[in-house]
Design a protein around this ligand. Structure first.
Ligand code: FAD
Length: 394
């Protein structure tokens, strides 16, 4: 007996900060909450222990209509609003960040294909992404290129009716199990970022070599790996975003992605606070409950303040997007703050639980590891500072 109640994942459907959730969003948020609790929670530690992609989660995500959240109903999806998507991801990350991040990468690709792809490429790729029968991955980062994304070196050379890709991508979320790869490649290095184009490539086709998933401090369920292209020949129709527009396309979704990371951090921190609060109400020490000690109470009060602030920054940025306004700086503030307080807050929650805080029979150690990863994804913390200081000083 550890003396704490079973971890509960209280839904937060009522959280509609100053409005912003639209009718169709409520159903998606509730569906995501139930799915995460019933399907993801029982398996989350297994994916971590086995250090593998969360296959079982993705297999059922499509049936739960969670794979076409940025695609209109005409194309088989169930488009939610920006605030709605943030809330969906908050619910899933409250249970497991890796699955939430895997799904957001997939959904972003499905949304981009729905917006941009035409003709046979669209017909070939879009239905599978939307119904969840094929898994998508976004390949920008390389072993030697991260923040400075314009400097990518994976090459694409035109050869008659075909393109030939060579080089290596790194940190491909979903990469170990992906079916469709969105690959950013340089067509002419003398052009810098203007030479970048994007290709949609069959991840299981010739010339594509997937390496095993990375061994990380956590987050194995998102299946990150490196993928090599060895004279990978693809037909002309694989050109997804034309030469010159690839870099802009990569950056197009980055601000939204940052807001969504903020929402995922809110989810993890919420679970940490609920779990620690339940624990200290039950655990006895020095003739009373831990919850009666002011030192413990104030620690959790601080976490609660950080969570409130994190939500306000995150959902303010989400609403700005939803209204079609520039949210770059708001997104940078939201991501920087939410990732910071997720890591410190989860650690505080583990601290008030004593040594039991470090055990893996509740999600806090898994969330703590994931909160570290959030500092790198979609622009490292320092890149948020570049955006913020530029808006402040230039
Ligand atoms: C779990 C996970 C999943 C990911 N998934 C994907 C994915 O699906 N697709 C994909 O393409 N990439 C993915 N990434 C890669 C991620 O986008 C990169 O990690 C990120 O862009 C940072 O690059 P880097 O790690 O190479 O760090 P570097 O660019 O090498 O930076 C190293 C350090 O220097 C700092 N730094 C860099 N430039 C500046 C600057 N101008 N001013 C101040 N400090 C600076 C950085 O902030 C960082 O602290 C993923 C990463 C993780 C951890």
């Amino acid at each position: 007996m550890h003396g704490w109640a079973a971890v509960s994942y209280p839904p937060n459907v009522e959280l509609d900060l100053d409005g912003g959730l639209e009718g169709r969003d409520i159903g998606a948020v509730q569906r995501a909450h139930d799915w995460a609790k019933d399907v993801v929670a029982p398996m989350a530690e297994t994916w971590e222990a086995e250090r593998r992609f969360a296959t079982e989660a993705f297999e059922s995500a499509g049936q739960n209509r969670l794979t076409g959240l940025l695609v209109s109903s005409e194309d088989g999806g169930e488009q939610v609003s920006v605030v709605g998507l943030a809330r969906v991801l908050e619910e899933i990350a409250a249970v497991d960040f890796a699955v939430a991040f895997s799904l957001v990468c997939h959904n972003n690709l499905a949304g981009a294909v729905a917006r941009r792809a035409e003709g046979s490429l669209r017909t070939k790729v879009l239905p599978g992404l939307v119904n969840g029968s094929s898994l998508g991955a976004f390949l920008l980062t390389e072993p030697n290129v991260g923040s400075d994304a314009a400097a990518i070196t994976v090459s694409a050379a035109q050869d008659g009716e075909e393109w030939v890709l060579n080089g290596e991508k790194a940190w491909a979320t979903n990469g170990t199990d992906a079916d469709v790869l969105s690959v950013y490649a340089q067509t002419d290095s003398s052009l810098g970022h203007r030479g970048i184009a994007t290709f949609l490539i069959d991840a299981n086709g010739p010339g594509v070599i997937k390496t095993p998933g990375y061994q990380m401090l956590g987050g194995h369920g998102l299946g990150a790996n490196s993928i090599r292209f060895d004279n990978c020949q693809v037909p002309a129709e694989s050109l997804f975003v034309p030469v010159g527009e690839g870099f802009r396309a990569a950056m197009e979704g980055i601000d939204l992605a940052r807001v969504l990371v903020g929402a995922m951090c809110c989810g993890m921190l919420r679970t940490a606070l609920t779990t620690a609060s339940d624990y200290v109400r039950e655990r006895l020490a020095f003739g009373g409950r831990l919850a009666d000690l002011q030192g413990v109470r104030f620690k959790l009060a601080d976490v609660s303040t950080d969570l409130e602030a994190s939500r306000l920054l995150t959902y303010r940025a989400a609403r700005t997007f939803q209204e079609g306004r520039d949210a770059a700086v708001e997104a940078a503030h939201a991501k920087k703050f939410s990732t910071r307080v997720a890591e410190s807050g989860i650690a505080s929650c583990m601290q008030v639980m004593g040594a039991n805080g470090a055990r893996r029979d509740h999600p806090l150690p898994r969330h703590l590891a994931a909160s570290r990863l959030t500092h790198y994804v979609d622009g490292a913390t320092e890149i948020q500072d570049v955006v913020i200081s530029r808006s402040l000083l230039d």
